[in-house]
Design a protein around this ligand. Structure first.
Ligand code: 3MF
Ligand code: MG
Length: 433
């Protein structure tokens, strides 16, 4: 153990009545929900970048956090790793996620970056072996360094494309070596600031070519995890190409990769795209591309990607309802892509933020399972569409306009509007919370 979390106890389940802040009220890892443990349903992961690498800056001010591992040496990177694993163990999360740039010092060039990454991957390997922690996903940070300011795959300069491809290879190698269950691509700078200097057709083709190379390399090295794209509409670019689930699906279809790549859906990104989280999850489920989630919460007024820890149980319930309807996670999980507010300086804040987030997810999961097991919501939905299960309903979709017109005339089809019963269903949902 490092000193950073000194005095903070191991977090265990004590139940809803406990007065102990440092305990779970709802997350009981081994408790069965729909015949599966909560641990296996939720598959919680901590994100290295927000919790260990982010210094607490905002557009108007710099670093607020003082952490003993801040700095650009291998020794400090190891201290960061030690502290990270202390945190994962205090919280008893089974997984973590990282970008290359979160975990290693920035080198002078690609070769040095990769050497640094490989050394840390070695160190992670030992720590994972000793603790049983697993890697949910790895990824490349292709957005922070200034060389990526005009994009990675979609950059007008082919040398940036090459640097990015090499970096992705090194991060896929790292993920594969650590037994990662997914590899994520978030294209923070894959978009544009102004159309005046942008060739959108070329940039889209470059992104398609890069994704094809990622898929080819996955097969080449025998990585059996899932490749995931993380949609986001904007921020940092004004317009990002992976706008939302529907846009990503269109892109995947265009390049014939819809059977190879799924999505990592983030709550806050859904909100920025003008959707609800459950909309994005439900659509991905219907399209067969639901992979994993980045769990957080956005401020609904600011319009920024505020990456707050989730604490809204009714929202979590509707999200996990869609995940349960999809059959649950396979390689995916619940990654806390969430950061402290910049005034939350203390080590305790970092632990308690995760405790609250894990409890909100667990309470949401339990409510979602109760809704699904009770079956009332699904019965109401089925009843609404029952006409489509009749012979006449089924025949319609393979008919043609002229035959349907004849039928409407002959049978004098004259439909009566029926209530959508929204408020009744909203009342029903509240009964499970
Ligand atoms: C940005 C994000 C990212 C992604 C991560 C994956 C920095 O809004 O959500 O976090 O989750 O970069 O590459
Ligand atoms: Mg994210």
């Amino acid at each position: 153990m490092t000193d950073f979390f000194k005095g903070i106890p191991q977090i265990i389940y004590e139940g809803p009545q406990t007065d102990n802040e440092f305990a779970f009220r709802h997350y009981n890892p081994d408790e069965l929900v729909m015949e599966k443990s909560m641990k296996d349903h939720l598959r919680f992961a901590c994100a290295y970048w927000h919790s260990l690498a982010w210094p607490g800056g905002d557009p108007f001010g710099g670093q607020t956090f003082e952490r003993p591992w801040f700095g650009d040496t291998m020794e400090l990177a190891r201290l960061k790793a030690d502290t990270a694993f202390d945190m994962f163990q205090i919280l008893d999360v089974p997984f973590f996620c990282f970008h290359d740039a979160d975990v290693r010092p920035e080198g002078a060039n690609y070769a040095e970056n990769t050497r640094n990454l490989e050394a840390i991957v070695e160190y992670f390997g030992e720590k994972m072996e000793a603790t049983g922690l697993q890697l949910l996903w790895g990824t490349a940070n292709l957005f922070s360094h200034r060389r990526f300011m005009a994009g990675a795959a979609t950059n007008p300069d082919p040398e940036v494309f090459a640097f990015s491809a090499a970096t992705i290879k090194s991060c896929m190698d790292a993920t594969h070596k650590l037994g990662g269950q997914n590899y994520v691509l978030w294209g923070g700078r894959e978009g544009y600031e102004t159309l005046l200097n942008t060739d959108m057709g070329r940039e889209r083709a470059q992104a398609g070519a890069m994704l094809q190379m990622v898929v080819d390399y996955k097969h080449k090295i025998g990585f059996d995890g899932t490749i995931l794209i993380e949609p986001k509409p904007q921020e940092p670019t004004k317009h990002q190409y992976d706008y939302d689930v529907a846009t990503v699906y269109g892109f995947l279809k265009d390049f014939g990769l819809e059977g190879e790549v799924k999505v990592n859906i983030e709550q806050g990104h859904a909100i920025l795209a003008g959707h609800s989280f459950e909309h994005e999850l439900a659509l991905a489920r219907e399209l067969g591309i639901l992979g994993s989630i980045d769990m957080n919460r956005n401020d609904y007024q600011s319009g920024w990607d505020t990456d707050q820890f989730p604490n809204n149980v009714p929202e979590m319930a509707l999200a996990f309802y869609e995940i349960l309807r999809a059959g649950g996670f396979t390689t995916g999980g619940t990654n806390f892509d969430a950061k402290l507010r910049r005034q939350s300086l203390d080590p305790e804040d970092l632990i308690l933020a995760h405790v609250g987030g894990m409890d909100a997810c667990a309470a949401g999961l339990k409510a979602a399972a109760a809704m699904l097991e009770d079956g009332k919501l699904e019965a109401a939905r089925e009843e609404r569409y029952a006409g489509w299960d009749s012979e006449a309903g089924k025949a319609l979709l393979s008919s043609d306009l002229a035959s349907i017109e004849k039928q409407v005339r002959e049978k004098d089809i004259n439909p009566l509007p029926r209530s959508g019963r929204q408020e009744r269903l909203e009342n029903l949902v509240n009964r499970y919370l």
